[in-house]
Design a protein around this ligand. Structure first.
Ligand SMILES: O=C(O)C1=N[C@H](C(=O)O)C[C@H](O)C1
Length: 289
């Protein structure tokens, strides 16, 4: 289930700020038709923290229906700063998920042992495979590589979405010794896949699903030249999409291309500056040409 590109969908809103279900449906169909291996909802890119409980339920139900139609796995984001609430969310959302994605508890900076207990509790409660979302530059918690390997060996943990913002020594160890590592830093997807990552959860694939799917296929097929060409073509797009807080630029590009009706993001996110959006659109045009 972890192979290929899993697209963490944006959550479209109308100009009035309300959840736009038809745009969400259209985008989910689009990325799966274009070669995405799976859908991810309620992740960072989906502005999960800015949705109401009702909206989260609607997003899950909408994408569940579509993922079943395509026989593609649906990953649902869960997880908060605390174990009890994370377990509650996992139990609640597991019924409609093939995989759950739970972030390392942020801000509190618990010990590595506390983090291991946190994920063991979520995994045991949920009953569906769990992906640990390791993103130290957002959570404020850096885990030892030994802890990451222990997490991968934990019952119910299927993989780690690993986003250290670099290919560092620990990443090399993790890729060499662990199974189920997923690339989550879009700019590093190509080297992560080349070094043995199973797949990727890639926000930029909202706007270029076919190219990212082709990149994963090329690495899988051992076509190094094609993979490198695709990486070189995608990097300017990725850099533009992440030049402002994500998913503001992604939503603006999707709206410009008619893939969602409106680019609205929720506060404290703000619309991106037009120069960055133009840069992203130019990079995307270069990719499609
Ligand atoms: O939606 C996500 O979750 C993703 N998060 C990463 C981030 O938080 O920066 C980026 C990744 O492409 C998808």
């Amino acid at each position: 289930m972890l192979h290929g590109i899993h697209v963490p969908l944006v959550t479209p809103f109308g100009p009035d700020g309300a959840l736009d279900v038809p745009s969400l449906e259209g985008l989910a169909h689009h990325v799966l038709t274009e070669g995405a291996a799976g859908l991810v909802v309620l992740a960072t890119t989906g502005e999960a923290a800015l949705l109401t409980a009702d909206e989260r339920r609607t997003v899950i139900a909408t994408c569940r229906k579509i993922s079943e139609e395509y026989g593609a796995p649906l990953t649902v984001g869960v997880g908060t700063i605390g174990t009890e609430e994370s377990v509650r969310q996992a139990i609640d959302r597991a019924v409609d998920a093939d995989l759950l994605l739970a972030v390392v508890p942020y801000y509190l900076r618990p010990t590595d042992e506390g983090v291991l207990e946190h994920f063991a509790a979520i995994g045991a409660a949920a009953g569906v495979p769990l992906i640990v979302y390791n993103i130290p530059y957002r959570t404020g918690k850096t885990l030892r590589v030994e802890t990451l390997l222990e997490l991968l060996a934990t019952e119910h943990v299927a993989g780690i979405k690993h986003c250290p913002g670099a290919i560092d020594a620990d990443t090399l160890t993790l890729l060499a010794e662990g199974r189920g590592v997923l690339g989550g830093d879009d700019a590093f997807l190509y080297p992560m896949l080349q070094l043995g990552a199973a797949g990727g959860i890639t926000a930029s694939a909202n706007v270029a699903p076919a190219a990212f799917a082709a990149l994963a296929d090329a690495v899988r097929d051992g076509d190094a030249a094609r993979a490198r060409d695709l990486h070189d073509a995608l990097l300017p797009l990725v850099n533009a999409l992440f030049a402002e807080p994500s998913p503001t630029v992604i939503k603006a590009v999707l709206a410009e291309r008619g893939l969602i009706a409106d680019a609205t993001v929720r506060s404290p996110l703000r619309p991106p500056c037009s120069e960055v959006v133009i840069r992203a659109l130019d990079a995307l045009a270069g990719l499609i040409a």
